[in-house]
Design a protein around this ligand. Structure first.
Ligand code: GLA
Length: 402
C-alpha cells in the first residue's frame, strides 16, 4: 500500500478543502460535512491481558485520526485518506465483504456492524487523516474504527452509547480484519480523558480514570520502524494459547477466564502443564502481568514513579521471555533506553512483534536520552528510530467547524 503524509496533523480547513476536492462541494443532494476525531493510545502497562478478561492501563495520546464525513444520495460508499493513495468506491450491495487487504476494511467493518444492528446508511463520503504511525502499536486501526463509529452514530442519529460503539468497533476488527483482539484499544480510544490513564477491568468493563501525574518525567514513545509481519496470525496464536492454558487449568481450579489466575494459583497447579510448556509460559505472563497492573496503579497514585518504572521493566521482560512477542529491534531499544540514567521504565507497548516502546524519562534529559538511544539503536540494528513525546490526550469527539 503506498503511503503519503503519514505524520502530519491537518487543520480542519485544509481537511474540508481536501474533502471537497475529492467529493465535490455540498449540494442539495448532500448533507453538510461533519468532522470527528479519535486519538491513538499508548498502553502503559498490562499487555496481552485484555482478551483473558484481565487488567490494562492505557491512555489516549495527542495524535489520532480525523474523519470528514457527509451523506450522499448516490447509494455509494466512498473512502479516501490523506495517508494512503488507495481510494475505495463501493456500491451499497458490496459493503458486506472485505475489500482486499486494505485500510478500507476498518471503516467498512464498522459500517457493516451498524447494518447488522439494522442501522443503514444510504451512502457516505469519508475522508480520513491521521498522524499516528500505522501498525506501530499505537492503535491507528482502533482510532479509525472508533472515529467511524462515532461519526456514523451522529450522522445517522443512531443513538448508540459509547460502550456499544466500543464493542461494535472491536467486532468490526474481528469480522473484517480477522484479528481476535481484546477490547482495550477501542475502549481507550473512545473513553480516554486528557491527562488521565484508564484502569480497565476487561471482564466487567469497570474502569477508573487515574490522573497521570508524572511530575518531572515524561512519556516518550519510540518507534522501531521495524516492518511488522505475521502480525495477525501470531496475535491470534497467542489468543489460542491462552485458551489452551485455560482448558488445562479450569477443571482443577474452577477459574472461567485466565485473567482470574494469580501467580500463586499457577504455581500450585503447575502440574497441569506437564505436557505444555508453552501454555504454562503464556499463563505465567498473564498472571504476573495482571498483578503488575494491580501494583503499578497505586504506586503511580502514591507518586512512586520508581516502582511504576520497575514494573514497566518487568512487564517487558515477561512479554519477551514468557509471551514471546518482543523482537530484536524492540529488545535493542529497551536495553538502549535502560543503559541511560534518565529512564525509569522501558517496555514494548501494544501487541509487540515490532512497533513501539514506551519509556518513562526524566524531563530535563529528554534530548540527551533521544540522542543516545537513537545512536545505539542505529549502530546495533542499522534502523532509524522515531521519537514521539506524547501527552495523554482526550477520547473520540466531534470537531466543531467554524
Ligand atoms: C493489540 C490488541 C489489544 C491488546 C494488545 C496487547 O493492541 O488490539 O486488544 O490485546 O494488542 O495488549
Amino acid at each position: 500500500m503506498s503511503q503519503t503524509d503519514n505524520h502530519t496533523a491537518m487543520d480542519t480547513d485544509t481537511l474540508l478543502r481536501r474533502f471537497r476536492a475529492k467529493f465535490g462541494r455540498p449540494s442539495e443532494d448532500t448533507d453538510a460535512e461533519r468532522v470527528f476525531h479519535a486519538p491513538g493510545r499508548v498502553n502503559l502497562i498490562g499487555d496481552h491481558t485484555d482478551y483473558t478478561g484481565g487488567l490494562v492501563f492505557p491512555c489516549g495520546i495527542d495524535r489520532g485520526s480525523h474523519l470528514v464525513i457527509r451523506r450522499n444520495a448516490t447509494g455509494r460508499f466512498r473512502f479516501a485518506s490523506t495517508n494512503f493513495e488507495l481510494m475505495g468506491d463501493l456500491h451499497r450491495d458490496e459493503i458486506d465483504r472485505k475489500w482486499g487487504d486494505t485500510w478500507i476494511n476498518y471503516p467498512l467493518g464498522v459500517i457493516d456492524q451498524f447494518r447488522r444492528r439494522g442501522i443503514e446508511a444510504e451512502g457516505v463520503d469519508c475522508l480520513f487523516s491521521g498522524d499516528i504511525p500505522n501498525g506501530a502499536g499505537l492503535s491507528s486501526s482502533a482510532s479509525i474504527e472508533v472515529v467511524t463509529a462515532v461519526g456514523l452514530n451522529a450522522l445517522l442519529d443512531a443513538g448508540l452509547d459509547n460502550l456499544e460503539l466500543v464493542r461494535l468497533a472491536q467486532q468490526a476488527e474481528h469480522d473484517f480484519v480477522g484479528m481476535q483482539c481484546g477490547i482495550m484499544d477501542q475502549f481507550a480510544v473512545a473513553m480516554a480523558e486528557a491527562d488521565h490513564a484508564i484502569l480497565l477491568d476487561c471482564h466487567s468493563l469497570e474502569y477508573r480514570q487515574v490522573p497521570l501525574q508524572l511530575e518531572d518525567h515524561a512519556l516518550v514513545v519510540i518507534n522501531t520502524n521495524q516492518r511488522r509481519e505475521l502480525n495477525e496470525s501470531a496475535y491470534n496464536e497467542r489468543v489460542a494459547e491462552c485458551a489452551r492454558a485455560l482448558d488445562l487449568l479450569a477443571p482443577h481450579t474452577g477459574i472461567s477466564r485466565l485473567g482470574e489466575l494469580t501467580p500463586e494459583a499457577l504455581d500450585t497447579h503447575k502440574a497441569c502443564f506437564a505436557h505444555d510448556a508453552v501454555a504454562f509460559s503464556r499463563a505465567r505472563h498473564v498472571a504476573t502481568e495482571n498483578e503488575r497492573v494491580q501494583n503499578a496503579v497505586p504506586a503511580l497514585e502514591a507518586g512512586n514513579l520508581i516502582e511504576f518504572g520497575r514494573l514497566m521493566n518487568a512487564s517487558h521482560d515477561s512479554l519477551a521471555s514468557d509471551y514471546g512477542v518482543s523482537s530484536v529491534p524492540l529488545d535493542t531499544l529497551v536495553s538502549a533506553a535502560r543503559a541511560t540514567d534518565s529512564v525509569l521504565g522501558a517496555r514494548l507497548t501494544g501487541a509487540g512483534f515490532g512497533g513501539c516502546t514506551v519509556n518513562l524519562v526524566a524531563q530535563d534529559a529528554l534530548a540527551h536520552f533521544e540522542r543516545s538511544v537513537g545512536l545505539r539503536y542505529r549502530e546495533a540494528t542499522g534502523l532509524t528510530a522515531d521519537f514521539y513525546r506524547v501527552s495523554p490526550g482526550a477520547g473520540a469527539r466531534v470537531v466543531e467547524i467554524d
